[in-house]
Design a protein around this ligand. Structure first.
Ligand code: G3P
Length: 473
């Protein structure tokens, strides 16, 4: 078992007080990280604040060079990071490699966008805009200390998607990985350490959420928070930090609407994937399926065939379904299944659990009085609602407390577009399940799904502000 060190104020440190990280695969301790105290956190924010002056004043091309070095170091650690991720969060190994590669591409795209759109000021003057007597230079400048908090389900991608844009702009970063994801976080910090950034530019905090969770977000030196995680924590952050920019990516109840002219085989295949990838532990996973009545039997038959073919096992062997992140996540899924069944839902397949492994489950005849109609399962469960009137579907869709994404399956693209316009959510996908990528797209949620926009250009925007310098002639 490894004692993982973390980067704090220019040094890789360890501490006597430690946090054990266990694998969801077999509950064995797979490593420890330092359990930082409140005092440690105070020092970290101070070091970030001090480092900001020098880092933000550095020539952009030098910051880009540091980012390139971080990327090179990460690439050298591709296997170590991907395998650690697989064991730490029980994600199929192949998906861990995909996440890693996607993140490297994210770095490249961020560098490109920064160079093309953020490095130089926007000029508003007479020549282009017909402004008399004034030349305006509008720069993008960093905000200060950015607190980046990442979730367990994308410990590399949703960490680097916050850290890299923040750093390249000239912000300093305090990074808090999810507890399950701390080992990967420590490896990311090692890659940054080996790129020799000035002390304090990047700090990582690991420790017990119950002791430092609130304290972490209260510090007055924080200039911006980018958080991905649960709704309750997101709301707590929003309540505590009212006068700084926030980007919050919270839950979702992304529904798929299957119209009667949909290609049944293709949509059943896509919806199976969209529901069960990483055992449903994605905010963009499909969490409710609306099926038009006349195609319901055929679709359910097709989907249950697909689900029965899903492989189950140890993530290292690349199955489709793996043990869930922890026991309480699996218990929550089981509770939603039992509640639905008690209220009249039909189990098409699955419904059982073995410790924290929840078998892929398809539930039909879901009604509004069942918990799973509204609540986010974050688990391998496909609840199906059979509908006759599309207007009722639009009403239910729009009355969800969430508003992240949704999807429509139909051969009639024009009709799908019209329906998409009526759905009140961040993004609608036509003939594809909901998803954040490609990262070049803006990604956002409304209502309890959060606010602020992510995606390459938008992350850069959210972590900087405009500074105008106006020459008056
Ligand atoms: O749950 C996190 C969310 O960002 C999902 O991303 O790429 O699986 O759609 P993705």
């Amino acid at each position: 078992m490894n004692d993982y060190k973390i980067l704090v104020n220019g040094k890789m440190i360890t501490k006597k007080e430690k946090l054990n990280i266990t694998s969801p695969i077999n509950s064995e301790i797979i490593g420890t990280v330092p359990a930082l105290s409140k005092n440690d956190i105070d020092k970290i924010y101070r070091s970030s604040e001090i480092a900001f002056k020098e880092w933000s004043a550095l020539e952009p091309k030098l910051r880009i060079k540091y980012i390139e070095d971080i990327k090179k170091n990460l690439i050298k650690m591709r296997d170590e990071i991907s395998i650690t991720m697989c064991i730490e969060i029980s994600k199929p190994l192949k998906s861990c490699y995909q996440e890693f590669d996607r993140s490297i591409e994210y770095i490249d795209l961020t560098i490109k966008s920064y160079k093309d759109k953020f490095m130089n000021p926007k000029i508003i003057d007479k020549s282009i805009h017909n402004v008399e007597g004034k030349n305006g230079f509008f720069y993008r400048v960093p905000l200060g200390v950015v607190l980046a908090i990442s979730p367990f389900n994308y410990p590399v991608n949703l960490s680097l998607a916050k850290i890299i844009p923040a750093l390249i702009l000239g912000n300093t970063v305090v990074f808090k990985p999810a507890t399950q994801g701390s080992l990967v976080g420590s490896l990311i910090s090692k890659a940054i350490y080996e790129a020799n950034l000035p002390a304090g530019v990047f700090n990582i905090i690991t420790g017990k959420g119950s002791e430092i969770g609130d304290y972490l977000i209260e510090n007055n030196l924080i200039s911006m928070i980018s958080f991905t995680g649960g709704v309750d924590v997101g709301k707590n952050i929003a309540n505590k930090k009212s006068m700084i920019p926030l980007v919050l990516e919270l839950g979702g109840k992304d529904a798929a609407i299957v119209l009667k002219d949909a290609n049944i085989v293709e949509s059943a295949k896509e919806i199976t994937k969209g529901t069960f990838d990483y055992s449903g532990q994605r905010c963009t996973a499909i969490k409710l399926v609306y099926l038009e009545k006349s195609i319901a039997d055929k679709f359910i038959k097709e989907v249950s065939k697909n689900v029965l073919e899903l492989s189950i096992g140890n993530p290292i062997d690349n199955p489709d379904i793996t043990p869930m992140i922890n026991q309480s996540a699996a218990n929550w899924g089981k509770k939603l299944i039992d509640d639905a069944v008690k209220k009249g839902a039909k189990i098409i397949t699955g419904g059982n659990m073995d410790n924290n492994l929840l078998f892929p489950t398809v539930l039909s005849e879901i009604k509004k009085n069942m918990l799973i109609f509204d609540e986010e399962q974050f688990a391998p469960i496909m609840p199906i609602v059979i509908y006759e009137d599309i207007n009722e579907v639009v009403n239910s869709f729009n009355s969800s407390k969430y508003g992240l994404q949704g999807s429509i399956f139909s051969k009639n693209i024009k009709k799908a577009h019209e329906l998409a316009k009526r759905l009140n959510t961040g993004t609608i996908n036509i003939n594809k399940s909901s998803s954040r990528g490609p990262d070049i797209f803006p990604f956002l949620g409304i209502k309890d799904s959060g606010f602020g926009v992510q995606g390459i250009d938008w992350a850069l925007e959210s972590m900087s502000r405009i500074k105008g310098i106006i020459e008056n002639n």
